[in-house]
Design a protein around this ligand. Structure first.
Ligand SMILES: NC(=O)c1ccc[n+]([C@@H]2O[C@H](COP(=O)([O-])OP(=O)(O)OC[C@H]3O[C@@H](n4cnc5c(N)ncnc54)[C@H](O)[C@@H]3O)[C@@H](O)[C@H]2O)c1
Length: 450
């Protein structure tokens, strides 16, 4: 069957007015995002790691020399127009929460923007201790029924929009990882979801209530953690029916970013693999929550999926049919937010001779995650203004476990994901796609008049 023709690009509404950024969770990632944006606005920092701020897109032929900044190619909200809000289960404002998270240096990076950080005071959280077990929550909406909780979040969204004069909003989950759940009958469609909420069914997690509230208020939703949340039919369908963009799951920042850059290399060279062992030590609050086996299960699921889809053992059984893939995370408080990851890859080459590759990644979790959160906020807002509702597969680049339409396998290869993202931007800007065929550069007859 021939591929359907590319649809005409949508008209993108301009990014006028204020964009409210609602962070669920005011922990390490959110506060690093907020402080970073405030510093960058004042010329006190550089947005390193952010594609929306630094990335370019090549347009036309390689000889044309056209490579505008992404933010000049498509209309993105200006950093000066962002206004931040949050919910958290602790009452600390963003200054105190950032100091406790210990990611940024207090004198150098929190003090210069202290006023802006202190102004971000979290709203009481919609919280259920059965979903996040290692936190002693003190700042919640209390044990109210799920329907009332949903309405309370909607009220918060409306009040924030009103108070800060926002023209548009985006919500991003930077909250703790909830325990693993499979999609079930309560998440099957809108009627089932509403019935489950009315029955106060424990199958409905707090993150689902935040996401449902966002979609009902027309607010795009990004899921930075591996929780199920919008990756089940009820909310997925609502997002596309209501024309509200969603994306997830689980920021691809550290070890999985490395994995999805290296695995395509082995496959590109048809090198075989016996095993891939990944382990991490992490000492921040996220690490503490992930020390709970049920939260870790959510994380493990999203981390394990990537190799199979990249290596395609069904196509290459002799190379990738029997891989031992192991992922471990150990909570180790002395490291704080500075995660250390080790990868050991047992692979083989010509005639089956074994080799090893070892990677030791000393990263800073939230320093890697904050620019991703910023990009997601700006791109979701762009998608909303372009009328692109539902799953934003072009944002797979940012996720360990990218959401896709039912029946489609996710694309995990970091470089294919980047190509997909940039092609979407070219399409939105009404520019030609780049195929990398390149015959047009060689020979008169092939080049024609192009
Ligand atoms: N930092 C990274 O590199 C990275 C990568 C991938 C995914 N993530 C995920 O992003 C999330 C945030 O990471 P972090 O390092 O900022 O964690 P964190 O523990 O510092 O912050 C999470 C915050 O969420 C709050 N919270 C928990 N449940 C909540 C609820 N129901 N409503 C409102 N607030 C709630 C917690 O009190 C905490 O302050 C985690 O789920 C983590 O797994 C982080």
């Amino acid at each position: 069957m021939p591929e359907a023709a590319t649809p005409a690009p949508p008209t993108v509404r301009p990014a006028e007015g204020r964009l409210g950024v609602l962070c669920v969770g005011l922990g390490a990632v959110s506060t690093t995002l907020i402080a970073g944006v405030e510093l960058i606005r004042r010329g006190l920092g550089e947005p390193v790691g952010s594609l929306t701020q630094l990335g370019t897109v090549r347009l036309g032929r390689r000889t044309d020399g056209r490579a505008p900044l992404i933010r000049d190619l498509v209309p993105l909200a200006d950093l000066d127009d962002l206004v931040f809000g949050a919910w958290d289960v602790f009452p600390d404002d963003a200054y105190v929460a950032a100091a406790k998270a210990g990611v940024l240096e207090v004198e150098r990076h929190l003090e210069p923007v202290a006023d802006a950080l202190r102004a971000v005071r979290p709203m009481p959280a919609a919280f259920d201790p059965d979903y996040v077990k290692r936190l002693d929550a003190t700042h919640t909406k209390g044990a109210m029924p799920r329907r009332a909780m949903l309405e309370a979040i909607r009220d918060d969204i409306r009040a924030f929009r009103e108070e800060h004069g926002c023209d548009r909003l985006v919500m991003i989950w930077c909250g703790s990882t909830e325990v693993y759940i499979d999609p079930g009958s309560a998440h099957a469609d809108r009627a089932a979801l509403d019935a489950a909420i009315d029955a106060d069914d424990p199958a409905i997690s707090p993150s689902m209530l935040y996401a449902y509230a966002a979609l009902l208020e027309g607010v795009p939703y990004a899921n930075g953690a591996p929780n199920l949340t919008v990756d089940a039919p009820a909310l997925r369908d609502l997002a596309s029916d209501a024309g509200v963009p969603i994306c997830g799951k689980d920021f691809k920042t550290g070890q999985t970013m490395v994995k999805t850059a290296l695995a395509p290399m082995f496959k590109a060279r048809m090198l075989g693999m016996e095993g891939w062992y990944s382990t991490n030590i992490l000492g921040n609050r996220d690490g503490e929550v992930l020390d709970d086996p049920e939260s870790f299960r959510s994380k493990e699921h999203s981390k394990l999926g990537v190799l199979d889809t990249i290596l395609q053992p069904e196509l290459y059984p002799g190379l990738y049919g029997d891989i031992d893939h192991v992922v471990r995370i150990n909570y180790y408080p002395p490291r704080g937010d500075n995660k250390e990851g080790w990868d050991n890859i047992d692979f083989f080459g010509w005639l089956g001779y074994p080799m090893q590759l070892k990677v030791n990644f000393l990263c800073r979790d939230s320093i890697l995650a904050a620019p991703l959160a910023l990009d997601l906020v700006l791109f979701l807002d762009l998608a909303q203004r372009a009328g692109m509702g539902g799953i934003q597969e072009w944002l797979s680049f940012y996720f360990k476990s990218p959401q896709t339409a039912p029946g489609l396998y996710p694309e995990h290869d970091l470089f294919i994901q980047l190509t997909k993202l940039k092609n979407t931007l070219r399409w939105l800007a009404g520019e030609e796609q780049i195929t990398h065929l390149g015959v047009e550069y060689y020979g008169e007859d092939l080049a024609g008049d192009a």
